[in-house]
Design a protein around this ligand. Structure first.
Ligand code: FAD
Length: 287
């Protein structure tokens, strides 16, 4: 099913999706984790490209996840890709039965900074995909603004270019303060952007993970999260348990106030995401 149908369908339960990345080692462990997550009936598994793992292995992994009976939404980054390579990859995934993609610019690698690229921004990739395929297209949104953007408003103007080019759904960067998400959705609506905005949830697993994420992106870390990270810096089990409770509260409030889906950045582990879903699931989920 295409993204625009998935999120427009009146469902008795929220749309759940899981993001994973191609591991550096063989795919076996990740596939085991995905098998655990499968019981939560995800609408799709989203598969990153080039982030946190090796992009080249993506297609093999995509097929392995599909063989588990799950839909896959591959990510495409365009900043270091040629139009030709994107074109042939699009043909390949459509032939493999893929219906949805997440279209991204990607981060510009330091060593490539002066090169001329076929694509400069994600809106160009969205247009390119839209003109050549029947794929439904997701794009990234940043409730606190993208790290390169001078302010949130400028970033939203740029998001509008992706929407106008044919995006169907917006998947957000992770956030720990729900107010940032709700304010963001309100501004988007004021700016005439009416697409579904799917909140990205990343359970806190370790201090290292939070430090890395917050150094790469504009993400406010609330005082309570900072305190617990400090308190449990030598106790990873307690920090993980806090992360599950914290994300559970986040998800409950997001759903209560109208989010139509939850997109989990699983970090290739099923434990925290499963616990969160166990905490929030309703009778109608049939898990
Ligand atoms: P863009 O939308 O192109 O925006 C990049 C910057 O340029 C922003 O500051 C924007 O305001 C500005 N901008 C955009 N368009 C224009 C324009 N036309 N003119 C001038 N300025 C413009 N990275 C990966 O490498 N692989 C992944 O699989 C991956 N998955 C992700 C999944 C999600 C849900 C999210 C939120 C992010 C993901 N990322 C991934 C990270 C993403 O690639 C980076 O954040 C990247 O720096 C920006 O990508 P983008 O598609 O948002 O870029």
């Amino acid at each position: 099913m295409k993204l625009r149908e998935i999120y427009s369908d009146k469902k008795s339960r929220p749309v759940i999706s899981f993001e994973v990345f191609p591991p550096n080692s063989d795919n076996g462990n990740l596939l085991d984790e995905i098998k655990v997550l499968k019981k939560y009936n995800p609408e799709f598994v989203s598969l990153t490209y080039g982030a946190g793992g090796k992009g080249g292995k993506s297609f093999e992994l995509l097929q392995q996840i599909k063989a588990l009976g799950l839909n896959v939404m591959p990510h495409f980054t365009c900043i270091t890709s040629s139009k030709e390579s994107i074109k042939s990859a699009l043909i390949k995934i459509e032939q493999a039965g893929v219906e949805n993609v997440l279209a991204l610019r990607g981060d510009i690698p330091d060593f490539e900074i002066n090169r001329n690229f076929d694509f400069s921004y994600a809106n160009e990739l969205v247009k390119f995909i839209k003109e050549r395929t029947n794929l439904s297209i997701g794009v990234a949104g940043y409730p606190e603004g993208h790290i390169e953007s001078p302010d949130l408003y400028t970033d939203i103007k740029n998001l509008k270019k992706k929407v106008d080019a044919g995006a169907d759904v917006i998947f957000t960067q992770l956030f720990f303060d729900n107010k940032k998400y709700f304010d963001y959705v309100n501004i988007l609506r004021d700016e005439g952007i009416n697409l579904p905005v799917i909140p990205g949830i990343m359970p806190i697993i370790s201090e290292k993970q939070i430090t890395k994420m917050t150094s790469m992106a504009k993400i406010t870390v609330p005082d309570i999260v900072k305190e617990k990270i400090e308190q449990y810096k030598n106790n990873s089990k307690s920090l993980q348990a806090f992360g599950i409770d914290y994300a559970t509260q986040q998800c409950l409030e997001l759903l209560e106030k109208g989010a139509c889906g939850l997109h989990f950045f699983t970090l290739n582990k099923s434990h925290s995401t499963s616990k969160i879903l166990d905490n929030i699931k309703g009778e109608e989920w049939k898990i």
